[in-house]
Design a protein around this ligand. Structure first.
Ligand code: GLN
Length: 486
């Protein structure tokens, strides 16, 4: 077996047994990265940092005081500020921005001994479901459909993270999920990813998209690996006012995959008209697998589901328009000064040149729904709908412990296939409701489409029940025996 094929758990065992060193692990992954540059998964590669961190991990392992992730090669989504390493959020407006501090989450991973190989490409400011909006070029999925040579999207916005993990360039990666950006790309490339409860991971140092929704989480090739990363990423942080001050369990140690006594809800509103037959069948299969693991399944209702996408695409742009007001050419990255122009001219020219079309669309929608004449009609209404959606989940969780749904309505699509923004937004139909409610949710690879592309199933849990979500994920992983590779 190649070193790059190992799971994080396998790497930990091999490092502990001295089968290989952290330096050998880093070297193997750095050369895989070089050979896979065509995927465009990284915006910045950091081989010098990786080499130094791997040497430090080897020294700590030799001393016997290594952290829980010592020597594990990871990638960091370019939304996380990394000290002294360019952080762009996939945007031209932040080109050349070198943070002077480390985000809490990336700092915790590095503090646990992880080795950073680079900054992963993403949709600009995490807006997108296909990674086509990055100012640094699209990310290409390592997968191809059977009998087709078309290049496929890796999903988004954490598309670089997804492609790098699936192509075995890194063992795990950070993602962020505002409306599905960890789960949908994980589903598209056949890996696992979990968005924890809103507030579990600190947002400090994560470039803000929609602050009431943004949440960090891990992406990796097994449920156990997600659990290992998540344990190090979570935790209270006084610098984020929405950070939850609750104990963090050792998620990996607690994994059992045993669902005896658990009830799994099947939300009937997720059975969309015209739903892809393979996805509907896989969903049924997933329920059967969970029953085999000891669970009972029941139908539940989430009656406001159909209003989730419209509410999300008001709330997220509203918050984005406010968060993105800070990019004015004065403080960070790009500055465009038109000859003879004044300060306002510099603001406009910088923003016109620095933001891509999708980001501009969101800023305009967001500014519109927050404007004096339309605030109540759109923004206030969307906030009310959000409350109803959260209430739907509360009521459903009186009848069940977890929910099982598909992650996305399709397998990965080809570039340009969803050129209409609305068609793109519809891809988030199954992931957005749990984001609006702040619930933990995970995607696990469960099968293949008829043309051989990965499909994920989504598990949604009660607030702070990441452990329950991971257990159901493990039960699916074991039953599905997903071994397909790009
Ligand atoms: N695709 C969704 C959007 O474009 C979700 C993005 C995300 O979760 N960051 O807003």
């Amino acid at each position: 077996m190649m070193l790059t094929d190992l799971t994080i758990a396998g790497m930990k065992r091999g490092l502990a047994a001295r089968d290989f060193s952290a330096t050998e692990l880093a070297t193997a992954h750095l050369s895989a990265m070089e050979q896979a540059r065509g995927l465009n998964a990284f915006i910045v590669e950091t081989p010098e940092i990786a080499t130094a961190q791997a040497a430090a991990a080897d020294a700590a392992l030799a001393r016997g005081n290594a952290g829980p992730l010592a020597g594990i090669p990871i990638g960091i989504k370019d939304l996380f500020c990394t000290e002294s390493v360019q952080t762009t959020a996939g945007s031209k407006i932040l080109q050349g921005f070198i943070p002077q501090y480390e985000s809490t989450v990336s700092g915790k991973l590095l503090g646990a001994g992880a080795v950073m190989l680079g900054k992963l490409n993403m949709d600009e400011f995490a807006m997108g479901s296909s990674n086509e909006t990055s100012a640094y070029g699209r990310v290409i999925s390592p997968w191809k459909a059977r009998n087709s040579n078309r290049e496929l999207v890796p999903g988004g916005s954490s598309g670089g993270s997804a492609a790098a993990v699936a192509a075995r360039l890194v063992a795990g990666a950070t993602g962020t999920d505002t409306g599905g950006s960890i789960r949908q790309p994980a589903s598209f490339v056949g890996i696992s990813g979990i968005k924890p409860t809103y507030g579990r991971c600190s947002r400090w140092g994560v470039v803000a998209f929609a602050s009431s929704l943004d949440q960090a989480g891990p992406m990796a090739r097994s449920v156990e690996d997600c659990a290992l990363l998540l344990t190090s990423m979570c935790g209270y942080d006084a610098r984020d006012s929405t950070s939850l001050d609750v104990p963090v369990p050792d998620f990996a140690a607690g994994l059992t995959g045993d669902l005896r006594g658990k009830t799994i809800g099947v939300p009937k509103e997720y059975r969309l008209d015209g739903m892809d037959a393979t996805i509907a069948a896989l969903w049924e299969q997933g329920l059967a697998w969970l029953r085999d693991a000891g669970a009972r399944t029941v139908e539940v209702s989430l009656p406001h589901t159909r209003y989730a996408l419209p509410a999300y695409y008001i709330i997220a742009p509203a918050e984005a328009s406010s968060n993105l007001a800070r990019y004015d050419g004065v403080r960070y990255g790009l500055r465009v000064t038109p000859p003879g122009g004044n300060l306002a001219d510099m603001y406009s020219a910088t923003r016109a040149a620095g933001f891509g079309p999708e980001v501009k669309r969101r800023i305009m929608i967001g500014t519109y729904v927050l404007s004096a004449g339309f605030y109540d009609a759109y923004y206030t209404q969307a906030q009310r709908v959000r409350t109803l959606i959260a209430r739907d989940f509360e009521l459903a969780f009186e009848k069940c412990d977890l929910l099982l749904t598909p992650t996305a309505p399709s397998a990965a699509f080809a570039f340009g296939d969803k050129a209409d923004p609305l068609a793109m937004y519809l891809n988030d139909v199954f992931t957005v409701p749990s984001s609006l409610a702040g619930l933990p949710a995970m995607s696990v690879p469960a099968g293949l489409s008829p043309d051989g592309l990965p499909l994920g199933l989504q598990i949604i849990g009660r607030p702070l029940d990441e452990a329950g979500v991971l257990d159901a994920g493990l039960a699916i992983e074991r039953a599905a025996g997903f071994t397909a590779r790009p």
